[in-house]
Design a protein around this ligand. Structure first.
Ligand SMILES: C[S@@+](CC[C@H](N)C(=O)[O-])C[C@H]1O[C@@H](n2cnc3c(N)ncnc32)[C@H](O)[C@@H]1O
Length: 392
């Protein structure tokens, strides 16, 4: 497709100069551009600024290449170059390898705004955040096959549809198996590459997962939003006295049991409990039963409309934190995560621990790992926040 010359409004040009790559389409005056239209950004004086794809679905102009780069189009040459640079970083980080799970490219931080991909062994799961970016995603998938991947699955997350669990999928190259075991720092986890949006392993949690092992030896651990139990498995392997995995979904807890078994941990062992329950209710009942823990992990969804367990991080996290404090021994640890920048995790923690009338100290604060690069000019992209508190 030949690129259309487009002169963005001054505010968008300034944002681009400041390093942004996801330009606000209305700020740029680009709302009427057709989805997927390739545009050659230029100043009124004719100076080339870069190449962008119109993404009206998200109100964005996705800047894929800047004036410093010699790309005329977003074809195979562009895809190979982006993949080569992204793969080189992951090699330096020691992440690539047979059966390894890691993020191969991550949006604007890897020069591919609106696109991200997780490597699951020889398969790639490419997250495409707009129909406008599907042609480029296919080109990237082809380049990934040349690079040595056996196959790629494109998961198109239309705005709003992903929240409803609707994800359109398309395979390029060899079809991925239903179940695929991957490895992370010597630990095996089962993934479902062809499952819905989430495959069973969050690559953005890797450093936290393994970092928590430092605090788990001998501890009674409660993982409140356990999902497939990957944090639980690492704590159990690190010598936790017990690990209780709570999740609303009985299905993901079966998966968590399988992940325990893969690590040689018998899921029938009384030390490893799996409770299908609402976390807030579980905490309340655990307090009433007099149960106490040394390490509690909370990684709730930002928003959930689950029946009888609706959750909004801004509204409900402080009360949940207070309930967790009620089952923590003095001096025990509370690890909190939030998957959004829209709220400040520290502020929520202050509110929650004040409700519980507990004194706390911050032991560690964290965010995204280095295979999830982001741009300084796009702080909202750094969505992950974590806090490790000592609760006195
Ligand atoms: C963001 S995932 C947790 C990811 C997990 N920490 C990990 O790194 O693998 C959120 C999980 O919370 C579960 N969930 C949602 N609402 C819940 C609730 N009220 N109580 C317990 N679990 C809940 C969902 O089923 C989902 O598995």
């Amino acid at each position: 497709m030949t690129a259309l010359r487009f002169v963005p409004a001054a505010a968008a040009e300034a944002a681009l100069d400041a390093g942004a790559r996801d330009l606000d389409a209305s700020l740029a005056g680009a709302e009427s551009l057709e989805a997927g239209r390739l545009v050659r950004l230029a100043t009124a004086g004719g100076r080339h600024l870069g190449l962008a794809v119109a993404d009206p679905e998200n109100g964005r102009l996705r800047v894929m290449a800047t004036a410093d780069e010699a790309f005329e189009e977003l074809g195979p040459g562009f895809a190979r170059a982006r993949l080569a640079t992204a793969a080189a970083l992951r090699r330096v980080l020691g992440l690539a390898g047979p059966g390894a799970a890691y993020r191969l490219f991550h949006g604007a931080g890897d020069g591919l705004p609106g696109l991200a991909a997780d490597a699951l062994g020889e398969h790639l799961v490419i997250h495409v955040y707009s129909a406008a970016l599907l042609p480029l995603a296919r080109t990237l998938a082809e380049a990934a096959l040349e690079h040595g991947f056996a196959g790629a699955i494109l998961k198109h997350r239309a705005r709003g549809a992903a929240a409803r669990g609707e994800v359109a999928q398309e395979a390029v190259g060899k079809a991925a198996p239903e179940r695929l075991v991957v490895h992370e720092r010597g630990v095996s986890f089962e993934t479902h590459p062809r499952g819905g949006l989430n495959v069973g392993l969050f690559t953005d949690m890797r450093e936290h997962r393994h970092g928590l092992a430092r605090f788990a030896a001998g501890a009674r651990v409660l993982n409140g939003f356990a999902y497939t139990g990957t944090l639980s498995v690492v704590c159990a392997r690190a010598g936790a006295a017990s690990v209780t995995s709570v999740d609303l979904s009985a299905g993901v807890l079966r998966w968590a049991r399988d992940n325990f078994a893969r690590s040689g941990l018998d899921p029938a062992d009384a030390r490893w409990r799996f409770e299908a329950a609402d976390c807030a209710r579980f905490l309340q009942q655990a307090r009433e039963r007099g149960e106490r823990f040394d390490l509690v992990l909370l990684d709730p969804p930002t928003f959930s409309a689950a029946r009888d367990a609706a959750f909004s991080i801004e509204r409900d996290y402080p009360a949940l934190i207070a309930r967790a404090c009620a089952v923590l021994e003095r001096g025990a640890l509370l690890w909190l995560a939030a998957n959004t920048r829209a709220v400040g995790l520290e502020g929520l923690a202050v509110k929650g621990t004040a409700l519980a009338r507990r004194e706390v100290a911050v032991l560690e604060q964290g965010g995204l790992p280095p295979d999830h690069p982001t741009l300084p000019a796009q702080p909202a992209d750094r969505y992950l926040q974590t806090l490790l508190l000592r609760v006195d």
